[in-house]
Design a protein around this ligand. Structure first.
Ligand SMILES: NC(=O)C1=CN([C@@H]2O[C@H](COP(=O)(O)OP(=O)(O)OC[C@H]3O[C@@H](n4cnc5c(N)ncnc54)[C@H](OP(=O)(O)O)[C@@H]3O)[C@@H](O)[C@H]2O)C=CC1
Ligand SMILES: CC(=O)[C@@H](O)[C@H](O)COP(=O)(O)O
Ligand SMILES: [Mn+2]
Length: 409
């Protein structure tokens, strides 16, 4: 390893964020070296190929068989024409957390795991002193007080979610020192609001009556982004924007009433910051996660030619419209959950994870997802959420109450 190569740990390496992160790193071999990979264990052949190609030292899987992974690794070494080498293999539900804990202050840990299961690995990365390039928004929604107390230094979290990366980039144009992430210009904040753009998802413009019969395949057909299935369905219910509103509130320490969601169907403007003088700064590029992922690795520097830029030499237009809050009530629910604070956002997310799985299994309809999440939240008595035990008790309760509602309605 050359001393100029920064060590990188990728959690969720076989997913949409993970594979795109590997693309960025493979284009910049002099800058980065992947030391560890973690995945769920559902695609061992791909994981083994990644390990061999990248020369990692540690590989972690949540589920699956160690012997099967070893066999895939042997096969991958042979396919690449390389001598078989032993790797440290971690297996089990704590494996990704152990993998993150193996990092150190100069490491970037990229968290591309889906779901609140990503919280413990995020905490482990922060406690190890690593930079956390965070795509796993559920970490912040489920465990904001825990994340705050695990933070070792300002700027330790670099947001990878496209909207939050955009906001972080826009914030560099003025004064804003508060929040958990990448403070750049110190001084009292001059921000008046954050404008959170939403594509509107595949069902933009539909009525609730029309949404009653939409299918899983239709919900997975995102108009502008190619992503993993959970975030794609969350985009369709606008629960993704609900999670992102809480994510922005936590990351940038801005009151939810100063975060304004707006539908922008082209997904070219990734979010904006409005300043006290009336100015608005936007960050734009054609939809691609490569830029926010690259910035997660290199912040505040920029890598060369990461993705195509907007072309301004032919006519086109960008549209904006208000979010239809009657048809898509998730955002209003998020505001209420953010106001309640403590364990309430973790409960909202946990119930949503259960309901999204039930919708994917065709056990509930599309509109039932947010309706059941609302019911779960309305029955929850908020706790401060400052201990791990409180958060996991609330999450377990929300999961089982959501399952009960799904089974009995
Ligand atoms: N995809 C995108 O463009 C964007 C994604 N995000 C966020 O990034 C996160 C990841 O999304 P995305 O890449 O789309 O999701 P995917 O479903 O494509 O990938 C999820 C990854 O997590 C792994 N995984 C699942 N469970 C575990 C576990 N217990 N331990 C370790 N790894 C695990 C999966 O492994 P396996 O393959 O074995 O199941 C897979 O590698 C989500 O929080 C999402 O909201 C945010 C903005 C954009
Ligand atoms: C790419 C990204 O950051 C996603 O979270 C995206 O925001 C999803 O699109 P929606 O705007 O439809 O939720
Ligand atoms: Mn996003």
């Amino acid at each position: 390893m050359s001393s100029s190569q920064r060590p990188v740990v990728i959690l969720g390496s076989t997913g949409s964020i993970g594979t795109q992160c590997i693309r960025v790193i493979e284009r910049n071999p002099n800058l980065y070296r992947v030391t560890a990979l973690a995945a769920g264990g559902h695609n061992l052949a791909l994981l083994a190929r990644q390990c061999v190609r990248l020369g990692v030292e540690i590989v972690a899987i949540a589920d699956g068989d160690k012997a099967e992974l070893e066999a895939e690794l042997r096969q991958a070494f042979q396919t690449e024409g390389l001598p078989v080498r032993r790797l440290q293999i971690l297996v089990g539900e704590r494996a990704a957390t152990e993998c993150a804990a193996s990092s150190s202050a100069d490491t970037v840990v990229v968290n591309g795991i889906t779901g609140a299961i990503g919280l413990d690995p995020s905490l482990a990365a922060l406690r190890a002193g690593a930079t956390l390039a965070l795509a796993n928004k559920e970490s912040l929604v489920a465990g904001a007080p825990l994340i705050r107390s695990a933070l070792q230094r300002p700027g330790q979290i670099v947001p990878v979610d496209s909207e939050h990366s955009a906001i972080a980039q826009c914030l560099r144009s003025g004064r804003h020192e508060r929040g958990l992430t990448v403070p750049v210009v110190s001084g009292k904040t001059d921000v008046s609001s954050l404008v959170l753009t939403a594509s509107g998802g595949p069902f933009r413009g539909k009525t609730r009556a029309e949404l009653e019969t939409v299918t899983v395949a239709q919900a997975l057909n995102h108009p502008t982004w190619d992503m993993g299935p959970v975030v794609t369905i969350n985009s369709a219910t606008l629960m993704n924007k609900a999670l992102e509103l809480i994510e922005a509130h936590v990351l940038f320490d801005i009151a939810p009433e100063h975060i304004i969601p707006v539908v922008h169907p082209q997904s070219h403007i990734h979010s904006m910051v409005q300043w006290k003088d009336g100015s608005t700064i936007a960050q734009t590029s054609p939809p691609s996660m490569l830029i926010p992922i690259a910035l997660g690795l290199s912040w505040p520097d920029r890598l060369e030619a990461v993705a195509p830029a907007n072309l301004f030499d032919f006519p086109f237009s960008w549209d904006f419209e208000p979010v239809d809050l009657q048809t898509f009530p998730a955002l209003q629910l998020a505001r209420e959950c953010a106001a309640a604070g403590g364990t309430m956002p973790a409960v909202m997310n946990a119930a949503n994870e259960v309901c999204v799985q039930a919708f994917r299994d065709e056990r509930i309809g599309f509109l039932d997802i947010v309706a059941r999440v609302q019911e779960v939240c309305s029955e929850h008595e908020t706790l401060p959420g400052t201990s791990h035990e409180e958060v996991s008790t609330a999450v377990t309760w929300a999961q089982s109450y959501a399952r009960h509602l799904i089974a009995t309605r």
